[in-house]
Ligand binder design. Structure first.
Ligand code: HEM
Length: 183
């Protein structure tokens, strides 16, 4: 997994909890204290170990943690890849174009980068389905990223995100709808 994702997991734990929690987490996951380099790829097992240990420590489920972490990731992901984002895009457009912009770019940066395949069916201007496919089984992270995008585009009160399958399979279907803002 991309070093950026590890760097952001570290920052997430340090800001939502504290630095000593991060150190305990590394120890519990049998990893040595390290900084992660954005240009490097680290074993997926390290991510599973860290998130699994964090779930035990916080009492949240791994799915809940992945969702929260996904939400947290968005501003930094957007910042790092903002040159690929068209100014008129909002939440649904961003999701529709992730595969052929952001994730395509990520794949081209390093042969070992492997963001999930997102098949997006835009069935109307206000509704789409995401078919997530990845052996990493991180559909809950995708759900969190969608929520984070809605917040980023100031549409959190209008975007409804509903996984229609289990969130932790290799194939996850997510329905995303835009409804009128609640007043
Ligand atoms: C702002 C746009 C986005 C950027 C810049 C971005 C970038 C990335 C990067 C760098 C990774 C790590 C890939 C690797 O280590 O091989 C990744 C993984 C991932 N991305 Fe995206 N992404 C974006 C949008 C999305 C969206 C909209 C979704 C889902 C709706 C999504 C779902 C995921 C998931 C679930 C992973 C974890 C790896 C996996 O499940 O296989 N991303 N993304």
């Amino acid at each position: 997994m991309h070093g950026l994702v590890f760097t952001l997991l570290k920052r997430y734990v340090q800001t939502q909890y504290d630095h000593s929690t991060w150190v305990r987490l590394l120890e519990a996951a049998n990893l040595t204290a390290a900084d992660f380099d954005h240009k490097q790829v680290y074993p997926d097992e390290h991510m599973y170990a860290l998130v699994g240990q964090a779930a035990q420590m916080t009492g949240l489920s791994a799915d809940e943690l992945h969702e929260k972490f996904g939400e947290y990731l968005v501003p930094d992901l957007m910042y790092m890849y903002k040159r690929l984002v068209q100014p008129e895009w909002k939440t649904l457009d961003m999701i529709e174009h992730t595969e052929n912009t952001m994730h395509r770019q990520v794949r081209s940066e390093h042969t070992e980068n492997a963001p999930p395949v997102l098949e997006v069916s835009r069935i109307s201007p206000t509704e789409l389905f995401i078919d997530y496919k990845s052996e990493r089984r991180m559909g809950a992270l995708a759900v969190g990223i969608v929520r984070g995008l809605a917040t980023y585009f100031e549409e959190a009160d209008q975007i409804i995100v509903e996984p229609t399958t289990s969130e932790n399979g290799e194939q996850v279907r997510i329905r995303v709808r835009q409804v009128p803002a609640q007043s």
